[in-house]
Design a protein around this ligand. Structure first.
Ligand SMILES: [Fe+2]
Ligand SMILES: [Fe+2]
Length: 248
């Protein structure tokens, strides 16, 4: 690092500390539920002139005014190798652009929002901006992952046996949704997400987001106000990812 870069990093650090001296960060119940009993009253320290975060959390990198999907990938999501490698595999296997996009987005809930029922959350996040088939596929990949389909060479994932134990059986609502998907015209779209869902991804393979710029440009209707600031039914969810500690 050059001196100026270090100076700049230090200045940013100092600004953040100063900001935190003036602001109180409170976590939502869902971030702590289980670690603490959510029924217990919350201890409140005297505010001492501090105010509560009502937008940007000073500990996080600032988002641009009109955030794009890629801004979320770069500034709010965790490592997205799994998604990019799955999308690349779909491309290599000759999948259409909509399926490639679905693969790129299928697990954004796990890396940026909420893990449990991740397929449902991810579908809801992207629903207003993609073809119905894309969000439908993302929603149902969640259930289909647990059920084999030999016609396309998809077996129950080895990794699930390790992760959940050999005795694990999916919840009845997952099985119900699997059965619903089986009879649906877009079954194969959801199934293709599971076929290209790379679990044993290669840590040495580098895929850049830019590889998917054109596909996203053609199939993701980026709102001009920025994700989170349009009036779509999922805008507030994008805002929560952007401002995860906003008090109200
Ligand atoms: Fe998934
Ligand atoms: Fe996945």
């Amino acid at each position: 690092m050059t001196i100026t870069m270090m100076d700049r990093a230090e200045a940013a650090e100092r600004a953040m500390m100063e900001e935190l001296d003036r602001q109180i960060v409170v976590k939502s119940v869902i971030y702590t539920s289980g670690e603490r009993d959510p029924r217990l009253p919350i201890e409140r320290r005297p505010a001492n002139g501090k105010t509560h975060v009502m937008g940007h959390d000073p500990r996080l990198p600032r988002m641009p005014e009109h955030p794009t999907l890629f801004d979320f990938f770069r500034l709010r999501f965790g490592p997205s190798n799994h998604l990019m490698q799955s999308a690349r595999l779909a491309q290599k296997n000759g999948a259409g652009e909509k399926i490639v996009l679905a693969c790129l987005l299928h697990d954004i809930a796990n890396i940026g929002f909420i893990r449990g029922d991740h397929g449902y959350w991810a579908a809801q996040l992207v629903e207003p901006y993609v073809d119905e088939e894309v969000s439908w596929g993302i929603r149902y990949h969640q259930a289909l992952r647990f059920f084999p389909d030999e016609s396309v060479g998809y077996t129950y994932p080895e990794s699930y046996i390790r992760l959940f134990g050999p005795e694990y059986r999916p919840d009845p609502y997952i099985e119900r949704d699997y059965r619903h998907a089986l009879g649906h015209k877009w079954y194969m779209s959801a199934r293709l997400i599971t076929v290209n869902d790379l679990y044993a991804f290669d840590p040495d393979v580098r895929v850049e987001l830019e590889e998917f710029t054109d596909i996203v440009g053609r199939h993701f209707r980026q709102p001009k106000e920025g994700l989170g600031f349009d009036a779509s039914p999922s805008a507030h969810m994008w805002r929560t990812i952007m401002w995860p500690t906003k008090y109200l």
